[in-house]
Design a protein around this ligand. Structure first.
Ligand code: PMP
Length: 418
């Protein structure tokens, strides 16, 4: 018998019953359409139940107790670290650090690694595609150290100008910080090429996997990135937890960033000795339940199959492109679908993105509108705001029709007023 995880093409109908929130309807009784997955995804019952069960049966603080609840919770928390290491194909669970999210992971690297290794005149290379989370921590590092930020530019279509990479890389480049997929355009940069080129000049690479890890298989050893960050809430998991992966020898060379309980080997009246990796980077009580809850999300995603998820979301992207291209009042941002993941942003002629999103909400379609924490990218594209539809595997092609219906309505409403 073929199970739902084995059908050649992913059928979202087989997964939707697992997601209670997808049962929500709007005033006219039609189902709510959730196209804001790049902001945060929804959770299946399996994840919700895993969290509830933890609070009901196994909850204590980790690494401290001499009682069974603390011991059991510690075992589950460390088990989550091992599960995530396997998910990423990391060579050791000590390469997995729990943070509060992708943003926290990038800030940890900027502080702990950056302050120790980046000096005046050194260069940090980013791209014009980056989210503010992968820009501002580097600006702050540059302010502290006198380092210089340089950009790999994009074409008008939102693809990286790869010829510029060779020109920009030099012995001054200390780090290349690049996204696994643009949270606005969906552009998927050629990470292996970038990582190889960066390593050839001795630079390290941080991959912002916030929009990559939830949607495609990520093998950190094959990728050879030095750091990778992502967030649990964008991959069916709880909010308040994320992961920083780092190569062990690099993590071991880094001083701690935050100080407090758990990150020390010894504290004396006059100072302290930091603990080992990864605990050195997990000061204070960590996100215990969210971290353990993430394993339920990973189990679920692996059953669905990340290759199938990627393939299916690209089909939705292609379909939305085809539909939007029929509307003369819409300008799609970014490249053609073959270079995109499941994210499509666009602008509507003479109607502000917020107004479009409001009309879409009135017909029960949730999208995001604004600059999506990527103001430099919007400036580069010559727009102040855009509308973004972002998919996950539980979205259906038929839901795209609802979005198109909403756009027609927005145009009718706003054009009439003008
Ligand atoms: N990078 C990218 C590409 C993102 O899309 C996001 C979330 N919008 C982040 C980083 C930050 O993630 P978080 O808010 O979970 O820290």
């Amino acid at each position: 018998m073929t199970t739902r995880h084995e059908t050649a093409i992913l059928d979202p109908q087989l997964y939707r019953p697992d997601f209670p929130i997808l049962n929500r309807t709007i005033e006219d009784g039609r189902p709510f359409v959730y196209f804001d997955n790049a902001a945060t995804t929804q959770r299946p019952r399996q994840v919700i139940e895993a969290i509830t069960t933890l609070y009901e049966t196994h909850y204590g603080n980790v690494h401290r107790g001499i009682h069974r609840l603390a011991d059991e919770t510690t075992e589950l928390y460390e088990g989550a670290r091992e599960r995530i290491a396997r998910f990423l194909n990391a060579s050791s669970e000590t390469e997995v650090i729990f943070t509060s999210g992708a943003t926290a992971g990038i800030n940890l690297v900027a502080r702990a690694w950056g302050d120790a290794n980046v000096h005046e005149g050194d260069e940090i290379l980013v791209t014009e595609l980056e989210h503010h989370s992968n820009l501002v921590p580097w600006f702050q590092l540059a302010e502290r150290t006198g380092a210089v930020i340089r950009y790999i530019p994009i074409t008008d279509d939102g693809l990286l100008v790869m010829e510029e990479l060779e020109r920009l890389l030099s012995s001054r480049t200390k780090l290349v910080a690049v996204t696994a997929a643009s949270n606005v355009l969906g552009t998927v940069p050629p990470l292996p090429v970038i990582i190889k080129a960066a390593h050839s000049v001795g630079a390290l690479v941080l991959v912002d996997g916030a929009q990559g890890v939830p949607h495609r298989k990520t093998d950190v050893q094959a990728l050879d990135a030095d750091f990778l960050v992502f967030s649990g809430h964008k991959m069916l998991g709880p909010s308040g937890v994320g992961v920083l992966y780092g190569k062990r020898e690099i993590l071991e060379s880094m001083p701690p960033f935050m100080g407090g309980g758990s990150m020390i080997r010894e504290v004396r009246m006059d100072g302290f000795t930091p603990g080992d990796v990864p605990y050195r980077f997990e000061a204070g009580t960590p996100p215990i339940v969210p971290a353990i809850g993430m394993t339920a999300a990973i189990d679920y995603l692996e059953q669905v199959g990340l290759e199938r998820i990627d393939q299916y979301e690209r089909q939705l992207t292609k379909r939305l492109h085809e539909e939007l291209e029929k509307l003369e009042f819409v300008r799609i941002l970014g490249p053609t679908p073959e270079y995109k993941s499941g994210i499509v942003s666009f602008v509507v002629d003479r109607i502000h993105a917020h107004d479009v999103a409001q009309v879409l909400d009135s017909v029960g379609v949730a999208v995001r509108a604004g600059h999506h924490c990527a103001m430099p990218l919007h400036k580069r594209l010559g727009v102040t705001a855009s509308v973004r539809a972002s998919f996950y595997f539980y979205n259906m092609a038929s839901e795209i029709d609802r979005l198109i219906e909403g756009l027609d309505r927005a145009v009718r409403l706003f054009r009439r007023r003008k």
